[in-house]
Design a protein around this ligand. Structure first.
Ligand code: CAA
Length: 389
């Protein structure tokens, strides 16, 4: 029986407990099998559209994409949703999360017109959203963004390349960060909403992954967007990106937690069901010790994830340090828990299609995207040293 005891922790309110139960049931009933084992781009895109459509039609994108009042994300709901979906299938979590990340800057900083135009179709699962920050030479170093945005009358003209863009080629609109030049480095960036059909925006290449998700490189050439596409003020792009990541980094940790819980569930079943040297694996002390370590890592990750979510929701203050801790620990711990589960399965653990095998491929990217583990350490170290200075 999968562990549900964490739902009784004081971080949650009754609505969170209800959400976790309902979404779990929905994923089992309505999403099972969608996109599983799919590798070619067209089938993958179709599966993602269908997952988003079903999530939206059932109302499950609501707390994710349209926080009310403006900017008040329910981070505990987001995190629990990602954990529950990730426990079922990495692709379900991906589809859910990207709807939120791709509209996060609009939810947090968009004006009433932008929010009215872009958020409802995403919430209903009719439109797909994407967040375009990274570039070939600007991944960890956001202040090095080279794509440009030049003001031309009532338009902005975008030029440059964005890469590692989740939902690239599938999205209906992108939030694009570009250098508008108010100052050097991090202070000279702005954020724009770019409709996918805008002339001058091209999908330059799809990027195949070890755990297939839609990912692409985008090229902007003389791409003209109206002045109304600007989110917030010119020069606020870095702040907008970081504030969005402050919400979503905690939830990357939550997705990793969902993967880790699934790996632990699988490992426990295996430990009871598999006999070696005349008795079940579960009766060997080496297995008991490993399961204990896995359970400890899972609970420690959960505490950090829901601590960060609670601080953001309830105290409403900046959670850069807590979110970085949650992402760093939960993704690294999940990698270790999943690796241990593969080991417990022995040869079966590396057979294509086994749940622990696909978790092993799924988890790896989470230690990289939305800020690598190394960047999270810089953020935490900087915050702690700054606090003590
Ligand atoms: N909220 C608000 N303001 C913030 C902030 C935050 N979280 N973080 C920094 N700032 C402010 C700072 O206070 C500073 O302001 P002042 O100059 O007024 O003091 C300003 O922004 C610049 O901050 P830094 O000097 O710390 O900036 P930096 O250039 O050294 O960069 C960094 C810091 C933490 C390394 C940052 O670049 C970073 O987070 N890098 C990782 C990027 C990342 O996560 N990329 C993921 C891409 S998206 C993705 O992966 C999505 C996907 O496909 C799934």
């Amino acid at each position: 029986m999968p562990d549900r005891s964490f739902l009784d922790w004081p971080f949650f309110e009754p609505r969170h407990r209800a959400l976790a139960e309902q979404l779990d049931e929905f994923a089992r009933r309505e999403l099972a099998g969608l996109g599983h084992g799919v590798t070619d781009d067209a089938a993958l895109d179709a599966a993602c559209r269908e997952i988003v459509r079903r999530l939206g039609a059932a109302g499950h994108l609501n707390p994710c994409c349209v926080p009310e009042p403006q900017g008040r994300f329910d981070v505990r709901a987001l995190a629990l949703s990602r954990e529950v979906l990730g426990r079922h299938e990495g692709l379900f979590d991906f589809c859910f999360a990207m709807q939120g990340l791709g509209t996060g800057p609009i939810s947090l900083f968009g004006n009433a017109w932008q929010r009215h135009r872009y958020l409802p179709p995403v919430r209903r699962g009719e439109h797909i959203a994407a967040f375009a920050l990274s570039e070939p030479q600007a991944g960890s170093d956001v202040g090095a963004i080279a794509a440009t945005a030049r003001r031309d009358g009532e338009h902005w003209v975008l030029e440059g390349t964005k890469t590692w863009i989740s939902n690239g080629g599938l999205a209906d609109h992108y939030v694009v960060f570009a250098r508008s030049g108010e100052a050097g480095g991090a202070k000279g960036l702005s954020a724009f909403i770019v409709d996918a059909a805008t002339p001058g925006l091209e999908i330059a290449a799809r990027i195949p992954l070890i755990a297939p998700h839609p990912l692409a490189t985008l090229q902007f050439r003389n791409c003209r967007v109206p002045a109304t596409a600007l989110i917030g003020q010119p020069g606020e792009g870095f702040k907008i990106a970081m504030a969005t990541l402050d919400v979503f980094r905690t939830t990357v940790g939550a997705a990793a937690l969902g993967f880790a819980r699934r790996a632990l569930d699988e490992a426990v079943k295996r430990a009871h069901g598999r006999e070696v040297f005349g008795k079940p694996l579960a009766e060997h002390q080496l297995t008991q010790a490993r399961i204990a370590e896995m359970a400890l890592q899972v609970d420690a990750a959960a505490l950090l994830v829901y601590r960060a979510a609670w601080v953001k929701d309830v105290q409403g203050r900046r959670v850069t340090r807590e979110a970085a801790m949650a992402k760093l620990y939960a993704t690294e711990a999940a990698q270790s828990v999943i690796d241990a589960a593969v080991q417990l399965f022995g040869g079966m653990g590396v057979v294509s299609g086994m749940p622990v095998e696909s978790l092993y491929r799924e988890i790896r990217a989470l230690r990289i995207y939305e800020g690598t583990s190394e960047i999270q350490k810089l953020v935490i170290g900087g915050a702690v040293l700054g606090e003590r200075a």
